[in-house]
Design a protein around this ligand. Structure first.
Ligand SMILES: Cc1cc2nc3c(=O)[nH]c(=O)nc-3n(C[C@H](O)[C@H](O)[C@H](O)COP(=O)(O)OP(=O)(O)OC[C@H]3O[C@@H](n4cnc5c(N)ncnc54)[C@H](O)[C@@H]3O)c2cc1C
Length: 539
């Protein structure tokens, strides 16, 4: 097996991973440089597809302030957001977003060069910056990716997947095993700062806005390593994904900002129904809008409702939402004329690896940032455009924390780690699996039983079905290829989501239980799940 050493290793190249690499690379305590390991091409990520924007509480936006943003975030979070985390991230946003601009990220401005702010659901004022109209993620990722490629301190390993964390008997993270898709080999990477920036778990569900890579790898790896995982019952289902046909898996996002600019939701009868569900109508928090649409669809036995954007001035519509307009056009829909068929889809993971604002997890040497982490910012329901902000603020704070750390690569590797590496140097044989069919089966189980509305019976059914899939898949450690590793990770994460959802016997934010419809004031705490010791691999 090939071995290498780096002072800091970042897994993932979305907004969180790219920005963390750049900020860490600025420091002088890096004897062995910085490595980015990423599953596909550099920058391929959920981040790249973000549309609406990024929250920025900027001094020049006189209508805004930290208190107001904290209040909006907490309200959307349904009582579960961690107030200190929300305040810290909101307060840092001015400094970090300005640094992002200095790094080369371009946000949309008016003819006088002033930044443009937009409005999204559940924000009390316009405080969201955007790029390329509705291509904010592309703008951020391109700016950061160009800077990473110019940085001589950063090495990039593409088409490579972290598949196991190396944890010493003292419970410290010392590196990772990586599967290199190009060579088909496993490699060992040692480091004293292993940063998981691997994103969320949207691909667990049959219908999702997330690209293929969002299989919850980092959460599965951290869980297997014994790290604390938090709030996994809270999966955000975005209310408006393009739903051309009932079975089409492609669920292209129709950003909340379209509703922010005035578009209305209508049912099959053409009725604007949101006033029956919330006095905030289209601008109610996401979970509220999602359940309203779910309820209308059930009532009408239909697989979608419609978003009517024809109320917005056509010129404004085209300039502000060029990506959405173009996508709908390819499906034969002129959005200035015709309502868009939309339905909810799995979109964002509020839970994840329990971490503080500087990425520290419950395991020494292991850090988690971005969507893979759960800092407590989002609580039970994420406020629109807060996730990109969390990615960049936590990356910035992590780099600051690591600038004071000793980043010498570990010299002493204990017996436990040697045995773990040994598992990956042995060859494996066995039957071939139809992984695409197995993934589809798992995604249907999750969509039908652990989706927008759950109850005890559906969750127990899902638990049994996932156990059956686990029993029949014999490669829960070393696998043959990327697809198998992803499926292995999806099974691990599905069990955590189900376990957490069973545990929370109430409805709160994105977690709606038809058997416990009310919010229980005494359940105002997070669910934390941890594995037992990893004796199996050490044995
Ligand atoms: C369609 C869409 C629109 C959105 N719009 C907005 C918006 O307007 N505003 C907002 O704030 N948020 C938005 N979000 C959410 C936001 O984009 C994400 O939460 C955020 O970008 C996550 O960034 P990240 O860096 O944590 O993870 P990601 O961007 O998902 O990056 C994860 C990276 O890790 C890599 N990876 C994963 N597992 C492994 C592994 N085992 N080994 C190696 N590499 C691995 C992936 O290939 C990828 O490069 C949107 C999300 C989607 C899907």
């Amino acid at each position: 097996m090939k071995y290498s050493e780096y002072s800091a290793v970042i897994i993932g190249s979305g907004a969180a991973g790219l920005y963390a690499a750049l900020k860490i690379s600025e420091h002088s305590n890096l004897p062995d440089g910085v490595l980015i390991i990423t599953k596909s091409a550099l920058g391929e990520s959920n981040s790249k597809y973000a549309q609406g924007g990024i929250v920025a509480v900027l001094h020049q936006n006189r209508d805004d302030n930290v208190e107001l943003h904290v209040k909006d975030t907490q309200k959307a979070g349904a009582g579960l957001s961690d107030i200190e985390t929300v305040e810290a991230i909101s307060q840092a946003s001015d400094e970090v977003v300005n640094d992002l601009i200095k790094t080369g990220v371009k946000f949309d401005r008016n003819e006088n060069g002033e930044l443009l702010f937009t409005l999204e659901a559940a924000h009390s004022i316009r405080r969201i910056l955007h790029s390329g109209g509705d291509a904010t993620g592309k703008g951020i990722v391109e700016g950061l990716r160009n800077a990473v490629l110019e940085d001589k301190n950063i090495t990039v390993m593409e088409n490579s997947m972290a598949v196991e964390l190396l944890i010493s008997r003292e419970k410290e993270c010392k590196g990772a095993i990586v599967f290199n898709e190009l060579t088909g080999e496993h490699e060992v990477i040692y480091t004293s700062a292993l940063i998981l920036a691997t994103g969320g778990v949207g691909q667990l569900y049959k219908f999702t806005t997330n690209p293929d890579g969002a299989t919850g790898d980092g959460i599965a790896l951290a869980y297997e390593a014994g790290a604390a995982i938090q709030d996994m019952e809270f999966i955000q289902f975005h209310p408006t994904a393009l739903a051309i046909s009932p079975e089409s898996k492609e669920r292209f996002l129709i950003s909340e900002a379209v509703r922010g600019e005035g578009a209305k939701l209508i049912n099959k009868e053409g009725e604007q129904f949101m006033s029956r569900y919330s006095d905030k109508r289209e601008l109610a928090p996401r979970d509220v809008v999602t359940r309203a649409i779910y309820s209308e669809m059930k009532k009408e036995h239909s697989s979608n409702v419609f978003l009517d954007a024809s109320i917005i001035n056509p010129l404004k519509l085209m300039n502000r939402f060029p990506t959405i307009s173009a996508k709908c056009k390819t499906k034969g829909i002129d959005i200035s004329q015709k309502p868009i068929p939309v339905a909810p889809a799995a979109h964002y993971t509020m839970g994840g690896i329990k971490a503080d604002v500087s990425g520290k997890t419950s395991i020494k040497g292991l850090y988690a940032i971005g969507e893979a982490a759960s800092t407590g910012l989002h609580g039970a329901n994420r406020l629109a455009s807060n996730s990109l902000l969390e990615c960049v603020v936590c990356a910035y704070e992590l780099a600051d924390y690591l600038s004071f750390a000793n980043l010498e690569t570990p010299k002493k590797i204990d017996e436990g780690i040697k045995k773990m590496i040994d598992v990956y140097s042995r060859s494996i044989s066995g039957r071939e699996y139809d992984i695409q069919a197995l993934k589809s089966e798992l995604k249907s189980i999750m969509w039908n039983n652990v989706g927008i509305v759950r109850d005890e019976a559906s969750l127990i059914h899902a638990k049994k079905e996932v156990e059956k899939l686990k029993d029949s898949f014999k490669r829960m450690h070393k696998c043959l290829n990327r697809d198998e590793y992803e499926y292995r990770n999806m099974l691990i994460v599905a069990s955590i989501v189900i376990e957490s959802a069973l545990e929370r016997k109430e409805s709160r934010g994105a977690h709606a239980r038809s058997d416990y419809r009310e919010t229980n004031l005494e359940a105002r705490h997070s669910n934390i799940i941890k594995t037992e010791e990893k004796e199996l691999i050490y044995a």
